[in-house]
Write a protein that binds this ligand. Structure first.
Ligand code: C2O
Ligand code: CU
Ligand code: CU
Length: 486
């Protein structure tokens, strides 16, 4: 199958528009369907479960049922009845045991996104399938030098990931710093989007949703719509922000306040960066220091152009308008901010020897039947190196302990946020230009018609795992491959 070029996309655009007009009722950008969120409530966080004496053990029950969303009764998918699920707070060297009980009507499983743990057996093994009515005991052992930071968990059963995550199955994992960073308070902000109809249920995704990547009409912060947070001037808070959206990129701002970014994903910068804006692709996390400046600030997400396919203009998506995610009210007697953390020296592979180089090409093509469907009923095929995901095929074999350089090329008219399990990636080049500084992420956005170069240390673990586009509809559509470290 041929990768689709921008020109072809334009041509397809003409054809696509006609069918879209004809079939308009199922499109995600049709007007909001009657669900009225309750806004401006006091900010809440999911229940937190913390490890004790090096271990955290819990049961997560995935079920469909009543959930409190945006201050209203709704029906969604939840872990332990909550949306998001509980926040898991652990430390480097800990053992995390999760018994996952599946009360959904379809198979599921669990992935601990970003954790540097074994992909084998009952650890972070995405090839496990848990049937409805049964459960599975996961056990993850974090190395003693595991990077502290913000991680998250969500289902990873191929073909069902987008629907299960969109439905509400996600939660935060915090790996604490061995030496805590002094702050007035820590907050977890799980950002997600959802579409609910007037009766509070989630409509089925359309073929167009699956092609472009579904975006919800409603943005949620810990399951709430535009909640209110408050602090005193000078107080320094630590915000752990997760983009749990299936396909929506977040361009976050909190104008008027002082923002210092500690890092993205598990990648901690040598020193905090002063920022005015943080862009998170689906799956990315931000570890952010917010120092209160007197006044009321809107925590918002601005439009981000992630490209288009088949004539779908970015201008028609829910994410094409600015959304108030939360209101941050800073008032009261001033406080003295705690000291900003000092230096840490991250590993830098830019000068290391590279043991292997390869190129991975992310493409969107015509389905096997011309204008017809790709696998799984998709309007298009989503491929890596011309192939759709096959659980029986190993696409890439690497030597355990080696350092590889991967060029991630995107020949399609949409961005693809590329994610690798278990091992973080150091971004060394973007569109041919060397990256300044040390930048480690586990989801790396590869812009439309562009490429990114990363270096990966395949340390500590052997076994089989996956890399894929974190627009979860694209992953389900086939844009995933298997890597075996042996
Ligand atoms: Cu966030 Cu393969 O996953
Ligand atoms: Cu992951
Ligand atoms: Cu993609």
């Amino acid at each position: 199958m041929e990768p689709i070029s921008r020109r072809q996309a334009l041509i397809l655009g003409g054809l696509g528009t006609a069918s879209i007009v004809a079939g308009g009722a199922g499109l995600f950008w049709t007007a909001n369907t009657g669900f009225v969120p309750s806004t401006a409530q006091r900010f809440t966080e999911p229940a937190a479960l913390r490890s004790v004496n090096g271990a955290l053990q819990l049961t997560l029950t995935a079920a469909e049922g009543p959930a409190q969303i945006a201050g209203r009764h709704a029906t969604a998918l939840t872990y332990n009845g909550g949306l998001p699920g509980p926040t898991l707070i652990i430390r480097p060297g800990d053992r995390l045991k999760i018994s996952l009980a599946n009360q959904l009507r379809e198979p599921t499983n669990l992935h601990v996104h970003g954790l540097h743990v074994s992909p084998d057996g009952n650890s972070d093994n995405v090839f496990v399938s848990i049937d409805p009515g049964s459960s599975f005991d996961y056990e993850y052992r974090l190395p003693p030098d595991h990077p502290p930071g913000v991680y998250w968990y969500h289902p990873h059963h191929h073909g069902m990931v987008a629907t299960q995550v969109f439905g509400g199955l996600y939660g935060a994992i915090i790996v604490e710093d061995p030496t805590p960073i002094p702050v007035s308070r820590e907050r977890v902000l799980v950002l997600s989007d959802i579409t609910l109809d007037g009766s509070g249920t989630i409509p089925a995704a359309s073929a167009m949703d699956r092609m472009v990547g579904r975006e919800g009409n409603l943005m949620l912060v810990n399951g709430q719509a535009s909640p209110q947070l408050s602090a005193r001037p000078g107080e320094r808070e630590r915000w752990r922000i997760i983009n749990a959206c299936v396909a929506r990129y977040l361009r976050l701002r909190l104008d008027g306040q002082r923002l210092q970014l500690l890092g993205i994903d598990s990648g901690r910068f040598p020193r905090p960066h002063d920022v005015t804006e943080v862009v998170l692709a689906p799956g990315n996390r931000a570890d952010l220091l917010v120092t209160g400046v007197k006044g009321t600030a809107s925590f918002q997400t601005l439009p981000f152009d992630r490209g288009a396919a088949m004539g779908m203009m970015g201008g028609t998506r829910p994410s094409s308008t600015t959304v108030n995610l939360a209101t941050f009210i800073v008032a009261g007697p001033p406080a003295t901010p705690a000291a900003v953390p000092g230096q840490s020296q991250p590993r830098d592979l830019r000068k290391s020897t590279v043991d292997g180089r390869r190129e991975l090409t992310f493409a969107m093509g015509m389905g096997p039947g011309g204008m017809g469907m790709g696998s799984g009923g998709n309007m298009m095929s989503f491929t890596i190196d011309g192939k759709e995901f096959d659980p029986a095929r190993i696409d890439t074999i690497v030597h355990a302990g080696s350092v590889e350089e991967w060029t991630l090329s995107n020949t399609s008219p949409m961005d693809h946020p590329v994610h690798l399990h278990v091992w973080p990636m150091q971004i060394v080049e973007r569109a041919g230009a060397a990256v300044n500084g040390v930048l480690w992420q586990d989801v790396v956005n590869v812009p439309a018609m562009s490429s990114i170069r990363v270096r990966i240390p395949f340390d500590d673990f052997t076994g089989k795992t996956v890399y894929h586009c974190h627009i979860l509809d694209h992953e389900d559509g086939g844009m995933m491959g298997i890597v075996n470290a042996a």
